[in-house]
Design a protein around this ligand. Structure first.
Ligand code: C5P
Length: 401
């Protein structure tokens, strides 16, 4: 028997090692297949104690390989054949023992041997007891993996099968699928440097109070993630948000519009594309008190002064990057968006309905450019961000053709 060829498209080799999280690998395989990714499973002997190869075979529709010395393979080269037929290898769960093996280049079973013989990227999803993870030996091994450009997905924090609580849980299958999807995104912005502003700005009134808006930063952060996936070098300037930051090249957390402008001024000349997603406060208090303002029975008037328009500043630069603006509108979207695009002289402006989009996980986007209006119907922000990045990459190429 020869190893069945993967069909065309996206091909993943799923390695499963021995750990209680192995039961989640079945769900992982199912989700990957649902996403039209071809899955070939290889299991270590220990993994087979936790979940049966038959389960994985039924889910993936392919024989599951477990032995380096497999008589059924004509050339006895399972380790080479399997690793050559994958676009990526994902080992989930990856036990402490398996991580130690690949950190040291050991190859004493089928999975470790094909990882050593691979010519494609490798991702591992560690899963182990928190003490095993904290052990300096495991930490050293993980550092080695990072240096060897092996992607480490997780682990997460939480209750563990042994009853203890801490770091070491395998990421959930849907999170691992997301990482795989990222890997398969087209690299439409390879070699491009992208500067993104995101989130709200906070304009201090006094030592403890300020003006903020409902922007969650989710769209800007999703765009940063999508730009990263597309191969860009991303600098993210983010106002105050409660989000996990994407793994951008440079992250600059800021508070006020003036802070954001200063950060943009420092960074803009290094970038090819500027995507201004931040909901920058239009006004700030004329005076920001250093001490807390005391309560009284009298009315309190707050004088506001206009903030600088950061996007306008960038769009007016002589050597400006390709500028993309956002507009959160509550009414007359088309008119307001197109007049904003013209006023700020932008090749592309993305509009959404503020009351629908702010803080939500989904959004509907309307894209306005020289060719008119294009709609991206309601979808999760990360999907919208990926579509938008592809669109920006195409427009950017046209502008620089
Ligand atoms: O004019 P409006 O505020 O609606 O324009 C929205 C666009 O301008 C967004 O891209 C936003 O990030 C940007 N903007 C800015 N600085 C401001 C106000 C808005 O960069 N002070």
């Amino acid at each position: 028997m020869t190893i069945a060829n993967f069909q065309n498209g996206r091909r993943l080799l799923l390695g499963i090692t021995g750990g209680i999280a192995a039961y989640k690998a079945a769900e992982l395989a199912r989700l990957l297949i649902q996403d039209s990714i071809e899955v070939q499973t290889v299991m270590t002997e220990s993994a087979c104690h936790f979940v049966g190869p038959t389960t994985l075979q039924a889910l993936t529709g392919k024989p599951v390989y477990t032995q380096l010395w497999d008589d059924s393979i004509n050339n006895s080269m399972a380790h080479i054949d399997l690793s050559r037929m994958a676009d990526i290898i994902l080992v989930a769960p990856a036990s402490a023992d398996f991580i130690a093996k690949i950190a040291h280049g050991l190859a004493d079973d089928l999975l470790s041997t094909l990882c050593l013989a691979r010519n494609c990227p490798l991702m591992v999803a560690p899963a182990m007891n928190r003490q095993m993870l904290e052990n300096p030996a495991t930490q050293r091994n993980l550092t080695t993996l990072q240096k060897d450009n092996i992607a480490i997905l997780g682990p997460a924090h939480g209750i563990q099968a042994c009853g203890e609580s801490g770091m070491g849980r395998m990421l959930e299958p849907h999170e691992l699928v997301e990482a795989v999807q990222n890997f398969f995104q087209p690299k439409s912005l390879q070699g491009k440097r992208v500067l993104i502003t995101a989130g709200p700005t906070f304009e201090a009134i006094d030592a403890v109070r300020g003006i903020i808006n409902l922007s969650s930063g989710k769209m800007g952060h999703a765009i940063a993630q999508a730009a990263l996936e597309a191969g860009a070098e991303v600098t993210l300037i983010s106002g105050p948000v409660c989000l996990t930051y994407p793994a951008v090249k440079k992250l600059i957390p800021v508070t006020s519009a003036n802070d954001m402008l200063a950060a943009v001024k420092n960074e803009v000349s290094f970038n090819d594309i500027f995507i201004s997603v931040a909901a920058v406060a239009d006004y700030r208090p004329a005076i920001s008190h250093t001490q807390k303002i005391k309560k009284s029975d009298n009315n309190l008037a707050l004088e506001l002064v206009p903030n600088p328009d950061i996007l306008q500043y960038v769009a007016n630069l002589p050597n400006r990057p390709f500028c993309v603006g956002f507009a959160a509108e509550t009414e007359n979207i088309d008119q307001n968006a197109e007049s904003k695009r013209r006023k700020k002289n932008l090749p592309l402006l993305v509009a959404n309905l503020a009351q629908e989009a702010m803080g939500a996980d989904d959004s509907t986007l309307l894209l306005f450019d020289d060719n008119g209006k294009h709609a991206l119907t309601k979808a999760p922000k990360i999907d919208q961000a990926r579509c938008l990045i592809k669109y920006i990459a195409t427009l950017y190429e046209q502008h620089h053709a």
